[in-house]
Design a protein around this ligand. Structure first.
Ligand code: NDP
Length: 339
């Protein structure tokens, strides 16, 4: 089901105090959109530590509360928009104990709700309004009067009004203009983590191996980098796929290319890939294995340098021949790339 503006009643938010926990990518965009839709500024509070994000919120005219407990006490609706890995600690320990019994909590990602990492009371509403866009696009598309793709769901209906609130919040941030797609934290988490842990790792691996084989066959670094991604051809292909169709966009390519791509793809049975994807979905994602592993490194994610596990992975990735070659190309062509 797809929900449009006319399905959402903004009056369910009348008189409610709406607290944004976090004023980063999504928080800054969604709070400004909500205010521009007509939610009074006096009814919006930005809860943020005293730093540059808080300063930005103040500059944009918002009421900022540095004391999270005080913000929690007055909230009727909470947009939980701090990074996923810190939500359980901050929400469960500081925010949740002070929240009203009938508060509505809105997440922008299904992860922590699906894996039951957040503590809610049965009487509270838990909804998801998850834009499929980075925050700057959520804001710029709203300003252009356009919508953006978004998933919406009511996960826990403590008050009997959860779906109405989810739809009003979706409309408030501008998501029902294009149509907010009915979804669930299960669906959002499964798709998001599958893309991150199966689809894109395979695409990175295919580029890495394709690069290695063509390099061994005598192709130059410059030619390979431009052929494979620096020309932006892959970006254009994906844009055409979104605009015209995943298969239909092939018609823009030469006949040699169309024949090669289609006959090649149809020859690959995909059985090994399907088994690999199923293994990742069931034995790494849905069974909570990845979540357990990720929770164990959470404290290290704020460390600098190689003490941070993500930086360790970046260091390893930089060792790939593809990355080394690209660094050489970018340094040799620095002047040209500046233009
Ligand atoms: P950001 O990384 O932009 O969040 C930054 C905000 O979180 C700032 O207000 C920051 O304030 C606060 N914050 C960070 N660490 C802490 C901490 N330890 N304690 C308290 N506050 C903290 O987050 P995003 O906007 O990227 O993500 C928010 C949610 O939106 C997530 O659930 C994410 O999955 C979802 N989402 C994100 C998308 C994206 O494009 N980024 C797209 C769709 C959904 P300060 O550091 O000052 O405390």
């Amino acid at each position: 089901k797809i929900y449009y503006d006319q399905d959402a009643d903004l009056t369910v938010l009348d008189g409610k105090t709406i607290v944004f926990l976090g004023f980063g990518n999504q928080g800054a965009a969604q709070a400004q959109n909500l205010r521009d839709t007509g939610i009074p500024n006096d009814n919006i509070i930005i809860a943020n530590r005293e730093d540059s994000y808080a300063e930005d919120a103040k500059l944009k005219g918002f009421n900022v509360q540095h004391d999270f407990s005080k913000a929690a006490q007055v909230a009727d609706v909470v947009f939980l928009l701090i990074p996923d890995q810190v939500q359980p600690r901050i929400f469960n320990e500081i925010f949740a104990p002070k929240l009203k019994d009938n508060v509505a909590i809105c997440v922008a990602s299904g992860y922590n709700v699906f894996f039951k990492l957040l503590k809610f009371k049965r009487s509270q509403d838990v909804v998801m309004v998850a834009p499929r866009m980075i925050g700057s696009s959520v804001r710029s598309l709203y300003q252009k009067g356009k919508g953006f793709p978004c998933f919406v769901s009511a996960e826990q209906d403590g008050t009997g009004n959860a779906l109405k609130i989810a739809l009003a919040l979706s409309r408030g941030i501008g998501a029902t203009k294009l149509g907010a797609i009915s979804s669930s934290v299960y669906e959002e988490t499964a798709m998001d983590l599958m893309a991150e842990q199966a689809l894109w790792p395979n695409i990175i691996m295919l580029f890495r191996e394709g690069f290695n084989v063509l390099k061994e066959a005598g192709c130059s670094d410059e030619a390979l980098c431009y052929e494979m991604w620096m020309s932006k051809e892959p970006a254009e292909i994906f844009e055409a796929a979104a605009d015209e169709g995943f298969v239909t966009q092939l018609k823009h390519h030469s006949t040699v290319s169309q024949y090669g791509q289609l006959s090649g793809a149809l020859k690959l049975d995909g059985i090994a890939a399907r088994e690999h994807f199923k293994n990742i979905l069931y034995n790494q994602i849905l069974n909570g294995k990845f979540t357990k592993e990720f929770s164990q490194i959470e404290a290290d994610l704020e460390k600098d340098g190689l003490d941070n596990p993500v930086n360790q992975l970046y260091a390893k990735a930089e060792e790939m021949e593809l990355a080394q070659a690209e660094a050489r190309v970018r340094s040799r062509l620095a002047d040209m790339l500046k233009q």
